[in-house]
Design a protein around this ligand. Structure first.
Ligand code: CP
Ligand code: NVA
Length: 331
């Protein structure tokens, strides 16, 4: 039977089957080919989408805007202070208003419950552009990048997440790996390993798809022979600045260093969802350098800029994959 996710919301990958995720990835490749060839694809002409952000964004916002415009749609961006939602109007009321005007709604916020509630009341597809728990659109871009580097043969490959392995990106990566038959290794200090409930949700999925989930505190063992090493910021959006000192202390041994990547599979690649702290050219990076004497955090600058890094291909793939999600759910 063909895959059809028209009318569905995209809130977390646990809600989607392997076939549905593979369909979105194939569609993404198709859209990338069309874009590269300069072939117009205004398949959703006349529709409009709302982009609701309670947290800041570069990639996700731009991918939704450019993706929507390429598909012929109009966009309305509501910034973290630009709507009444939360302070003057409930999520349910906001959802019912936006649902009357728009064909789809992107939401980036804090609580996963908020995006779920928005979807329950909007009556149109809602797409999760990141919450404290999940970052599902990011995963499609990551897997498309892995596919491109391993000749679309990703089953049995090993993906290692180093660092704050309990965060939204690491949790989402565990799910997508389990769904698509890739081995997943979460590596960080004990207090930064993924929560039990997400591991327990993923284990039977991984078993059914012939792959494994491993939790470890040993970075050398984790990266040896790995096909993908992935990291993310040590302090996520919405977390207080006061935890930097503690996170640095805990996570320094898990920085993606030259020494660690040298142990990967010879064809292994480095991924990062971005933004990344790999130098002191940001205000936060400069402040950390001043306060803690560190010029790079979760990844060494030489790895970020080095031959294994695919981070900008990955960032570009946000566009093609988000376009696929909008198209598949709105067509
Ligand atoms: N990777 C990602 O979601 O980036 P933004 O926060 O810039 O959207
Ligand atoms: N874990 C990060 C991802 C940013 C794309 C955050 O939530 O800030």
């Amino acid at each position: 039977m063909g895959v059809n996710i028209s009318g569905r919301s995209f809130l977390k990958l646990l809600d989607f089957s392997t076939a549905e995720i593979e369909y979105l990835l194939a569609l993404s490749k198709n859209f990338k080919d069309l874009k590269r060839a300069g072939v117009p694809h205004r398949y959703l002409e006349g529709k409009n989408v709302a982009l609701l952000f309670q947290k800041t964004s570069t990639r996700t916002r731009c991918a939704f805007e450019v993706g929507a415009h390429d598909l012929g749609m109009g966009t309305t961006y509501l910034d973290p202070s630009g709507s009444q939602m939360g302070h003057k109007e409930s999520i349910a009321d906001t959802a019912r208003v936006l649902g009357r005007m728009f064909d789809g709604i992107e939401f980036r916020g804090f609580a996963q419950a908020d995006v779920e509630e928005l979807a329950a009341f909007a009556g149109v597809p809602v797409w999760n552009g990141l919450t404290d728990l999940w970052h599902p659109t990011q995963m499609l871009a990551d897997v498309l990048t892995i596919q491109e580097n391993f000749n679309y043969d990703i089953k049995g490959k090993t993906v290692v997440f180093l660092g704050d392995a309990k965060n939204n990106v690491a949790r989402s990566l565990m799910v997508v790996c389990a769904k698509l038959g890739m081995n997943f290794v979460a590596c960080g200090p004990e207090s930064c390993l993924p929560a039990r409930d997400v591991v327990e949700a993923c284990e039977p999925i991984a078993a059914a798809n012939g792959c494994t989930i491993t939790l470890t505190t040993d970075p050398v063992a984790a990266v040896t022979g790995a096909h993908v090493v992935y990291t993310d910021v040590w302090v996520s959006l919405g977390e207080p600045a006061e935890i930097w000192a503690e996170r640095i202390r805990l996570l320094e041994p898990y920085r993606v260093s030259e020494d660690l990547v040298a142990r990967m599979d010879p064809a292994g690649i480095f991924l990062h969802c971005l933004p990344a702290f790999h130098d002191t050219k940001t205000t936060t990076g400069a402040k950390i350098a001043e306060q803690f004497g560190l010029t790079e955090m979760e990844v060494a600058d030489s790895v970020f800029e080095g031959p294994r890094s695919r981070v900008f291909d990955e960032a570009e793939n946000r566009l093609h994959t988000i376009k696929a999600v909008m198209y598949a759910t709105l067509k």
